[in-house]
Design a protein around this ligand. Sequence first.
Ligand code: HEM
Ligand code: HEM
Length: 187
Amino acid sequence: LDAEAIERGKAASTTCIACHQADGSGMNIPGGESWPRLAGLDRDYLVAQLKAFKDGSRNNASMLAFATMLNDEQMVDVASYYASLPVPKIEAPEVDEDLLKHGEKLATQGDWSRYIVACASCHGPGSQGNGSTFPALAGQHPGYIAQQITAWKEETRQNDPQNLMASIAKRMDDRDVEAVSAWLAAQ
Ligand code: HEM
Ligand code: HEM
């Protein structure tokens, strides 16, 4: 990460903190639209998402406005800034043990009887992220994780070139989504 880009990105991020917070921790908003944690995510993954909001392949009204304000260089700057921040600990929801166990199984082993591939096989050991293609899921807000799975089901997020997430999302039922989101958030 380039130190000057981080400094420029920090200055540009003043328009982002209303939602993503000054430490990049975002916020879980039960029953509403959650704001993802950006701190510590991969720079190039973040740039790809900003471009996707701008070109509409990832359809989100809140982010369309903010991504449109940024040119390519500014995207690299803010992404460098968020990537440079330490990962804050987020608050995981209290859910029952059975649900957590189910979530852990989906994340670490998947469910081959339903062709649900283990999250960790792409998102990396502990689902801590894997390069610029597979974002960290561990310590991400549960409301945001669930929101993205819904977005793939409803095809409002279509920027994943290989459509890897859409096929997995469409095989998950409501209990799967609640379970895997709660378990990942707690990691
Ligand atoms: C998602 C960056 C401002 C609300 C995201 C993502 C990025 C991002 C990179 C995708 C994260 C991921 O895929 O893990 C920024 C930057 C901002 C900014 C650089 C300032 C220039 C805001 C503001 C709001 C907001 C001000 C609230 C009004 C959201 C929401 C999502 C999101 C709701 C999730 C969208 C979805 O469900 O697909 N943002 N953001 N952002 N941001 Fe921002
Ligand atoms: C992105 C969840 C399994 C490939 C994501 C995101 C979530 C998610 C919530 C968005 C994160 C963010 O916006 O910051 C899950 C869960 C899984 C799972 C719960 C297990 C049930 C997999 C597997 C693959 C995969 C097995 C590979 C075959 C990807 C890719 C992206 C992604 C490529 C980034 C898409 C993009 O660039 O827009 N996943 N995932 N995921 N996932 Fe998964």
